[in-house]
Write a protein that binds this ligand. Sequence first.
Ligand code: NAD
Length: 479
Amino acid sequence: MESAVIAAVCGEVRGDFKSGRTRSLDWRLAQLKSIVDLIKKHEEDITEAVAVDMGKPSYECFASEIFPVKSACQLAIKNLKNWTAAVNVPPLLATLPASASMKPEPFGVVLIISAWNFPFLLSLDPMVGAIAAGNAVVLKPSEMAPATSALIARLLPLYLDKSAIRVVEGGVPETTALLQQKWDKIFYTGSPRVGRIVMAEAAKNLTPVTLELGGKSPVIVDSSSDLKVATRRIAVGKWGNNNGQACVSPDYVLVDSSCSTKFIEAMKDTLKSFYGENPRESMDISRVVNINHFNRLVGLLDDPNIASKIAHGGEKDETKLYIAPTLLEDVPLDSKVMSEEIFGPILPIISVRSIDEAIDIVNSRPKPLALYLFTKKDKVKEKVIAETSAGGMVVNDCCLHFLTTTLPFGGVGESGMGSYHGKFSFDAFSHHKAILTRPFWMDIMARYPPYSAHKKTFIRCLLEADFVGVILCLLGLKG
Ligand code: NAD
């Protein structure tokens, strides 16, 4: 799409927002119900498009793409009246008589830029929050999941308000043209590299951003862990979650050296029980998304420092974009595979002598999107929670915080800013306007100049909520 067309689309959407239509609760509810309807009628189409884009198994597509969007809509529909209501808060004594409240209002026209790895979820899930909050929306799905992008562009106008909610398909040129427009909020999901570009463009108009980024999410396994359960949960979080191509994928494991050999053996057994002797034939694992990512991952394995570290897997087939679930043992911390986000089926496992060493390794790197800890010891749990920083944390499992809509989902530092899911999605697209209302009937003259010593004392007592002082001033016994 050409820049001029993109500018025209944005202008039309802005006009629509100005009409005030998107602010009404009826409009919001109608759009949210239509998304549920779209999902019900097109579950098969969505599953097929996502499978074309990355061979995602159908149950995985339901669990991680379709179900979360449907439940996000249902939650918003159920709670919209509450979420949009003004919240009364106590006013300051010095401002009495007064009432104070916060009223959520839509930002206006919002841009959502989505990533390819959960191409339906990462497009529609933020959109649910944007619509619930009463915004007009332009969505840019990922060009790297072309089948899903095309399906979204075809279906959305059939179900949703096609003038206030628009889809612009395309890659870097289209996203660049979109970023040159004026937005009231930009919600971006993708890499930290492009996140910087988005934020720099947004800064030109002081546009607020939510950046849902990625990075290397570590797993710490201490010696008290149940290794059978831990390896099952790590494996399903890694290979059962888009074959490692998820922002919350376990990226590397730091395991206590006293149980590292047992851990690797348990992980091999788990992989065999999940995906058989030949995982290439498994129907329960996605493929690598495209040849560029395949070559990038092969490059990580072909590093001369890494070839001798393969403890399991390592097979690859370019024609099928297949790389076997691969375990690497004790790779150097400065190797390429330990420097960039892996985003694929490779899992380095590194022995550490103590929980302190694991914490030091985590803290010496950019703050991760997720941190996973496996331990039976409360002291270890409390220590890791207190001494590390991450967007989110799961103890004794992986990734499940992503589905927990009562928790905010987002990064910190290099892994992003802002959060969403559940009510947090509504908040991500709302400005909570502070409203203080005062009547005319009482007007304390002490706040107006000229300020005598008595007035100053009185105001000071009011501001400090010194009730006795206020009464004494009123009785003329103070100030
Ligand atoms: P990406 O940054 O390459 O692309 C994301 C979007 O940005 C796409 O829509 C793309 O068209 C656009 N884009 C790409 N290059 C651009 C440029 N130069 N200028 C303007 N726009 C540009 O990311 P990706 O490869 O789609 O996704 C992978 C990354 O996203 C990983 O780092 C992963 O961890 C992260 N991610 C984060 C989350 C999350 O919720 N935190 C979810 C999924 C993926």
